[in-house]
Design a protein. Structure first.
Length: 247
């Protein structure tokens, strides 16, 4: 199995890499980015390419699409990808997703893609365009949640990080199943969907969603949780059949 893992920034990529062999087995360039190839420490057959795709859904979509296109055109070894994972840290809705916990998306939703109207926010789908949600394979979500201990629910993609209790409450009102927010998942999922590749989103909670209180942030703890999750991930992925679309 070949897996593309897209993080926003290098510190997240390095936290994922820390779960694998001591150093990348190979690094190679794609347009606008560099991929780092790592291998499970147990010597399993999965291959993981790590990508720091940039902050926000547009940058994440562009870099992920570049990596997927290069693989599809055989410009990289090992052929096309079987799975794309959007990974990193993010804000957790309290109390369901406490700081330091893991959240695994069973739906990846663009929370603010749409229009403001006199009656409130209208998602772009109600305007007759596009999509606002991607759903990872149910069987894979169950398997990964079982080995990592992650909570499962909606992960929201936002263009502006929430900074007030009022905004947090509004997001929860519109998305009652939301456990976390981040800035890249929907962009990664859009690129994966365009290539017909399944997607996951895995987040370690670094801060509560709401007022920006730097004293409450635990970025180091969240990065350590991300490393731990990827250390357990390979067996669940290797037992999953990416070509069985009934799962």
């Amino acid at each position: 199995m070949r897996v593309l893992v897209a993080t926003a920034v290098l510190v997240e990529r390095d936290a994922v890499a820390a779960a694998f062999a001591p150093s990348p087995t190979r690094e190679y360039a794609i347009p606008g980015a560099t991929l780092s190839r790592v291998a499970p420490s147990d010597g399993g057959p999965a291959v993981f390419d790590l990508l720091a795709a940039g902050v926000g859904p547009a940058a994440a979509a562009a870099a992920t699409a570049a990596a997927l296109t290069a693989a599809a055109l055989d410009e990289q070894p090992s052929g096309p990808y079987d799975l794309v994972v959007s990974a990193g840290i993010g804000g957790g809705f309290q109390p369901e997703a406490p700081v330091g916990s893991l959240v695994l998306a069973d739906e990846i939703t663009a929370a603010d893609l749409g229009a403001e109207t006199a009656d409130g926010f209208v998602p772009v789908t109600e305007l007759g365009f596009g999509a606002v949600t991607h759903r990872p394979p149910e069987s894979l979500v169950r398997a990964v949640a079982a080995v990592t201990g992650a909570r499962t629910g909606a992960v929201l993609t936002v263009n502006t990080v929430t900074g007030s209790a009022e905004r947090a409450a509004e997001l929860r009102r519109r998305h009652p199943r939301a456990l976390a927010e981040a800035m890249e998942g929907f962009g990664v999922a859009e690129a994966a969907a365009a290539h017909g590749v399944p997607v996951l989103e895995l987040r370690a909670v670094s801060n509560p969603v709401g007022p920006r209180d730097r004293a409450a942030w635990r970025i180091g703890d969240a990065l350590a949780a991300l490393t731990g999750a990827f250390g357990k991930l390979a067996p669940a992925l290797e037992s999953w059949n990416p070509h069985d679309r009934t799962q």
